[in-house]
Design a protein around this ligand. Structure first.
Ligand code: HEM
Length: 362
């Protein structure tokens, strides 16, 4: 959809200050928790919800809390039912409890989005604002109110776009940050290298875009985590017409789920140590690490439908990690139990428990 493609362009308006404010809110919560166990998957859920609320919808997490809760429930239901056969005629007459629950959630999300749109429209009508805004939501409300039928966006599309951005903007970075912190907690040498780089570039100051572009060690750590625990483990596609795919003849109108996680863990592409966390693979960039095979590593997808939020995701991850590493050393708690589970992204089933110690008295 064209509007989503525009979202990447919105990033030009520099979202760094909004991300920093959100990370500071999280770090404020962590004060007084030094030496105690913290469950970071949930902490990063709050952080990434706050970032996407601020950057795309001009609100904060508390205002979006209801929609995140509904989307989370919907994600679990969709993920549980993704491979179940759907029979359109039968499903018109009979619906399972989960189908009814999904429909209720869809309706709740639609009502919530409508409320957000109305608030923006009311502000323009009352003269409190002279435009619908220039963030993602503003762009959508503009398109929804377009006088030209050809350009106008339907309510259904608008709600769909909001759902995508809320989900894609939150869940993915949430999971990436949590898996990176786990790896840094286990691999103290990489944690120390990353911290040294952060201090060399930013000292004790907040991260800035110019310095973020120089974070080479951190980029290697992010890529290696994306390879092993990338939030997107498969790219669902519908086969539009019969096609020969290698030895497979795929008939039209079937749904397939090519698993990029399979390629990311293929020993033929990555070597016998494929399952080990070794950021040094990426020391000379992605092209060298993959031996110039573009399809060996595509955590953000490939081609025209690839991720429009890649820049935001990368910058958000780098800012959050830099600000944590500037303040704390991270160790893993004895309570942690490793159990990754695919619920659209790869989540830690029991969370990720870590212990933070301050680097200097804050
Ligand atoms: C580590 C973080 C992220 C990863 C690994 C990731 C991965 C992906 C992948 C693999 C796709 C392609 C899906 C497909 O081809 O079926 C995709 C699409 C998309 N992503 Fe992300 N994403 C991330 C973060 C974000 C963020 C922060 C946003 C928004 C702010 C976002 C918005 C989108 C949107 C809107 C699409 C759909 C694009 C389209 O259909 O044309 N993503 N993402």
């Amino acid at each position: 959809m064209l509007l989503l493609l525009n979202f990447g362009g919105l990033f030009g308006q520099n979202m760094t200050p909004a991300i920093i404010v959100s990370v500071e809110t999280m770090l404020e919560r962590w004060k007084g928790q030094e030496g105690k166990e913290i469950e970071v998957y949930n902490e990063f859920r709050l952080l990434t919800s706050e970032v996407i609320s601020r950057t795309a919808f001009g609100s904060n997490y508390l205002e979006g809390e209801k929609i995140f809760a509904m989307l989370n429930k919907l994600t679990i239901l969709v993920s549980r039912n993704i491979s179940k056969t759907k029979i359109p005629f039968i499903n018109k007459l009979w619906k399972s409890v989960e189908m009814l629950e999904s429909e209720k959630l869809e309706k709740g999300i639609q009502d919530y989005v409508m409320e957000m749109i109305k608030k923006r429209e009311d502000k323009v009508v009352s003269g409190e604002a002279d435009s619908f805004g220039n963030d993602f939501l503003g762009l959508l409300v503009n398109a929804y109110n377009d006088l030209d039928d050809k350009n106008r966006v339907s309510l259904e599309d608008l709600v769909g776009e909001c759902k995508t951005i809320y989900f894609a903007g939150q869940e993915t970075v949430n999971s990436l940050l949590a898996w990176i912190v786990l790896h840094l907690a286990i691999h103290g040498d990489w944690q120390e290298k990353a911290r040294r780089e952060v201090i060399d570039i930013f000292g004790n100051q907040n991260p800035h875009l110019q310095g973020i572009a120089k974070l080479k060690i951190m980029t290697m750590i992010i890529n290696e985590t994306l390879r092993l625990y990338g939030p997107s483990n498969g790219l669902p596609r519908t086969v539009a017409r019969e096609v020969q795919l290698g030895k497979l003849l795929l008939p039209a109108n079937i749904d397939i789920l090519p698993l990029n996680i399979g390629l990311h863990r293929d020993p033929h592409l990555w070597g016998d140590d494929v399952h080990l966390f070794k950021p040094e693979r990426f020391a000379e960039g992605i092209a060298k690490a993959t031996n110039y095979t573009a399809a060996a590593f595509f955590p953000f997808g490939l081609g025209p439908r690839s991720c429009v939020g890649m820049t935001l995701a990368t910058i958000e991850t780098k800012i959050a990690l830099s600000m944590i590493l500037q303040r704390y050393t991270i160790t893993i708690s004895p309570a942690y139990v490793h159990s990754p589970i695919p619920i659209l992204t790869i989540r830690p089933r029991h969370g990720i428990q870590i212990i933070l110690e301050p680097l200097h008295s804050c």
